[in-house]
Ligand binder design. Structure first.
Ligand code: SF4
Ligand code: FES
Length: 402
């Protein structure tokens, strides 16, 4: 069966093509009413951070500054209950993430529980720990998709950015095994000033390994990436080159490769609808079971997060103060409050607003209407034109398979 049909069949089998999947309430699946009252629609997906352990040391790591220790990780059966609850409230997709999820010895059991409740499963991995036998077993259990992160396709630079020798060869091998095993494949390439010169080669790599999709995402500078901003941020001019390269590649590769391009916030004029809108689309669960509206939510002040071991996901999703803090429109200040894009981008990213403006309810500084936008853009240009400092690597030395 052609690959696209395979994918559609898989989506259909896993309920992703069914309409009206809102199991939560009889209310519409829209996030907010015109008068400002919030609806609570079903989450579309669950991002399960199975562990924070990771053999790589990426300077833009999106995990929290305080990593969770392996002895606090939820067991496979605790994850099973979480998946069951997620599916029961309408979630369709499960992203098995980390850290490095393949550092979990019980990954096959965990995947099995997800498949059992009908979730579409995506393994987000650096690929360096996977063996062919293990990937084959995961495929047999029912893994639908694998997303492999690429630091660069020039070996020396891949080693330098990841802080891990030989990562590239392993990624190449795992991508080829995924193709042999019929697992859907996405290549994820975080973009910054130290790999941007190889963007065309990174796109060629995705074509060569027969990926269906490539995500080219300029880094967002909060949590650990904020420490390395000056080492990672490109100039505006170089950023614009990436736009041209991606646009040309999109045209050239129609029907071959799908593109997901996340532009650079410092050089944007309007922000992204971060994580599909706060409390509107995804639930992130940390290794110890803390449920978050986005992966960086713990960087925000004044929020208390519930744990899936203590509360049903439905209760957390619908009523927890953290999920409701920036849901809908009521929390907004000007200029967002009266802006005609307020239900399109929901004021952008809360974590970026706080990281730059120290106000979690401020307009995302990526927006040209924000009072902080000019200084946000100027800071980027200033840092990007200065020599890049050395990386502050993200080290987690507790890597042993659990
Ligand atoms: Fe979006 Fe707020 Fe900017 Fe309007 S002012 S475009 S709602 S971030
Ligand atoms: Fe938290 Fe954007 S990462 S809202």
């Amino acid at each position: 069966m052609p690959k696209a049909l395979n994918l559609l069949q898989g989506l259909s089998d896993k309920r992703l093509l069914q309409e009206g999947h809102n199991h939560l309430t009889k209310k519409t699946a829209s996030g907010t009413k015109r008068d400002g009252a919030s609806y609570v629609s079903a989450p579309t997906g669950l991002l399960a951070e199975l562990t924070h352990r990771c053999p790589l040391q990426c300077p833009y790591c999106s995990n929290p500054l305080e990593l969770e220790r392996s002895n606090n990780e939820m067991s496979a059966t605790e994850w099973a209950e979480t998946f069951k609850q997620a599916a029961s409230i309408g979630a369709l997709q499960l992203h098995l993430s980390g850290g490095e999820p393949t550092a979990r010895r019980d990954l096959e059991d965990i995947l099995g529980y997800a498949v059992e409740v009908g979730l579409y499963t995506n393994l987000i991995t650096s690929a360096v720990l996977l063996t062919k036998d293990q990937l084959s077993r995961l495929a047999d259990i029912g893994l639908d998709h694998i997303q492999i992160s690429i630091q660069d396709v020039v070996e020396e630079n891949s080693d330098l950015i990841s802080g891990y020798k030989g990562a590239l060869a392993k990624k190449y091998a795992v991508a080829n095994w995924a193709r042999e095993l019929g697992i859907g494949l996405t290549i994820n390439a975080p973009m910054h000033r130290q790999n941007i010169m190889n963007l065309e080669k990174i796109i060629d790599f995705a074509v060569e390994v027969d990926a269906q999709r490539i995500e080219i995402a300029h880094i967002q500078y909060y949590a650990w990436a904020q420490k390395n901003r000056a080492a990672l941020i490109p100039t505006h001019e170089i950023f614009l080159e990436t736009v041209n390269i991606v646009e040309a590649a999109k045209q050239r590769l129609i029907g071959v490769l799908n593109f997901d391009f996340v532009i650079h916030d410092h050089y944007a004029s309007r922000p992204k609808k971060c994580t599909g809108g706060w409390g509107q689309s995804i639930i992130v669960v940390t290794p110890s079971g803390t449920a978050l509206p986005c992966h960086a939510a713990q960087t925000l002040p004044g929020l208390k997060f519930d744990n899936v071991k203590d509360q049903h996901l439905l209760k957390i999703w619908e009523t927890s103060p953290a999920f409701n803090a920036y849901r809908g429109l009521d929390w907004m200040k000007e200029p967002c409050r009266s802006c005609d894009r307020r239900e399109i981008d929901y004021g952008g990213c809360r974590c970026q607003a706080y990281a730059f403006s120290q106000d979690p309810a401020a307009t995302d500084p990526a927006c040209a209407l924000s009072v902080d936008h000019a200084s946000f853009a100027a800071l980027a240009e200033q840092e990007a034109h200065a020599p890049a400092p050395a990386f502050v690597y993200r080290r987690y030395d507790g890597l042993s398979k659990k």
